[in-house]
Write a protein that binds this ligand. Structure first.
Ligand SMILES: Nc1ncnc2c1ncn2[C@@H]1O[C@H](COP(=O)(O)OP(=O)(O)OP(=O)(O)O)[C@@H](O)[C@H]1O
Ligand SMILES: [Zn+2]
Length: 487
């Protein structure tokens, strides 16, 4: 089976083919930089990071561009609140973005264009739109005339007539923008300068661009007229992506993107996690609470990427438990290589070379079906559990059930597949490993495990055993007590 993906534009799952054979041009609508990123942003970044990794894994050369929206009313508001400037606020949160995403193991994009660095491309596009009769100036602003674009609404499935009927009571005729528009659903391409706000010279007077035009301009600047994948959160389908299509396609006469992909929302009590609603947890808050970044990735990967996920403590706990299982499997080779007679330095090298086997084929089969990462995870969990079981046998009985060279292949496959999802684990250095776990701490964990066993909570008891094992501590149960030793 080859890759097929759900395309929001056609509302169907379609075979994936690229404009240029073997190459993928991909654009992801990134963050507006006025605050720290929350778990919803983390989901979007993780999903598209893994999509990119997977496309590379199956052999595509991927060019991945992600923007920063660094001009926006929300950024200006934050600058006023912080008694600062738009540039300083944007820079601060761009830096914070990189810190957070590197903690989550997100690969850097090939380029990060910013609205403020794309002013020529933006103005050129507005000029072309005006020239072709899709845009009109009004009171220092420039608006896009949606009625002139026959296909307006094709992405979101909205019709202007229906929108008008639904909105007629809600339109605020006091709104100054509304008064400048010829039609209520026209949107701003350029906004006249307001006093005290940053502004750029333009043929329409001093001002700044609207939000939607920046992406159209950045895609065109960096990737060309038609790209393969345009990605973003489902909240961007309307109006943002609908408007991007209207702008770009009106000028070029070509499709802006062949595949429109949208990640589902992270929700809290059924509502979108969002800065504006205040129901969010930032990535750094979550990680500083001790949640492992890899557990955050797993939290995201355990759900189909288009479906909403609820953020709950239980969901994070389930992901954390899952991560313990995978991590133990990833550390299997480091833990037991000596006993298995493996040469560790060669192992790592080998694991990076291309391997082919039935697990890899099953993984691809699963993920090729509309990026079914939960399906791919099933194979990862199977491998990890098998290795962990063998690890226990090694520890208790000093032997394995499966021949050592077969275990080596399984371990290398696990590392390869986990890396496609960005899941990696490094063995802790021996000295710090031993220093970091004091005898008291180990005894305390053993106590907790005993409690769990008393309550027949064997999952928890296994988790503690495995956690200690990954830190180089082996437990030996007898009827009377549990003894332990450092490996
Ligand atoms: N709760 C969420 N779940 C999943 N993706 C999200 C969520 N919130 C935002 N995103 C995605 O993150 C990317 C950056 O979003 P952006 O900076 O525009 O945030 P936003 O929607 O303004 O955030 P907020 O609503 O919190 O103010 C977009 O692709 C957006 O779709
Ligand atoms: Zn965009």
């Amino acid at each position: 089976m080859t890759l097929s993906i759900y395309n929001t534009l056609t509302r169907r799952q379609e075979q994936f083919t690229t404009v240029e054979p073997g190459k993928v041009k991909m654009y992801y609508c990134g963050v507006t930089v006025y605050d720290y990123c929350h778990l919803g942003h983390a989901r979007a970044c993780i999903v598209w990071d893994v999509v990119r990794r997977y496309l590379q894994f199956i052999g595509y050369d991927v060019r991945y561009i992600q923007n920063f929206t660094d001009i926006d009313d929300k950024i200006l508001k934050r600058a006023r609140e912080e008694n600062s400037s738009m540039e300083v606020v944007a820079e601060k949160y761009i830096q914070a973005y990189f810190e957070d995403m590197s903690r989550l193991g997100i690969k850097e994009a090939d380029e990060y264009p910013r609205a403020t660095h794309t002013m020529n491309g933006i103005q050129k596009l507005i000029h072309d739109l005006e020239h072709k009769g899709f845009a009109y100036p009004s009171g220092g602003d420039v608006y896009y005339a949606v009625q002139n674009f026959a296909e307006y609404g094709k992405l979101s499935g909205r019709k202007l007539e229906d929108m008008q009927a639904g909105a007629s009571e809600r339109v605020n005729i006091e709104d100054t923008e509304y008064q400048k528009k010829k039609y209520p659903f026209d949107f701003a391409l350029w906004k006249a300068a307001k006093s005290g706000e940053p502004a750029w010279e333009s043929p329409w007077g001093k001002g700044r661009p609207g939000w939607h035009i920046e992406c159209s301009a950045m895609v065109r600047d960096r990737l060309g007229d038609t790209i393969d994948i345009h990605a973003g959160g489902a909240d961007l389908i309307f109006p943002h992506h609908e408007n991007e299509i209207a702008q770009s396609e009106a000028v070029t006469g070509k499709p802006l993107a062949n595949y429109w992909l949208h990640n589902g929302m992270v929700k809290v009590d059924g509502e979108k996690m969002s800065k504006s609603l205040g129901n969010f947890i930032t990535i750094r808050q979550l990680l500083d609470r001790g949640v492992d970044p890899m557990a955050v990735r797993l939290f995201v990967m355990m759900a189909q990427y288009r479906k909403p996920i609820d953020f709950t403590d239980d969901a994070i706990l389930a992901a954390t438990n899952g991560w313990h299982t995978i991590k133990e499997g990833l550390l299997f080779g480091h833990q037991h290589s000596k006993k298995l007679g493996w040469d560790e330095s060669k192992l790592i090298q080998n694991s990076k070379s291309k391997i082919q086997n039935s697990e890899i084929e099953r993984f691809k089969e699963a993920v090729n079906d509309d990026f079914n990462f939960p399906g791919g995870l099933t194979i990862i969990f199977e491998l990890a559990k098998e290795l962990n079981r063998e690890g226990n046998i090694i520890v208790h009985q000093g032997r394995t059930e499966t021949p050592a060279d077969e275990l080596l292949k399984k371990w290398q496959t696990l590392i390869t597949l986990a890396e496609v999802l960005g899941l990696t684990a490094k063995p802790e250095p021996e000295t710090s490993q031993q220093d970091s776990l004091s005898d008291i701490y180990i005894e305390e964990l053993i106590q907790q495990r005993q409690e769990a066993r008393k309550n027949k909570n064997f999952a928890e008891s296994d988790r503690i055993r495995n956690e200690l094992l990954t830190k180089g501590i082996t437990l030996i149960d007898s009827k009377e007590s549990t003894r332990w030793h450092r490996n």
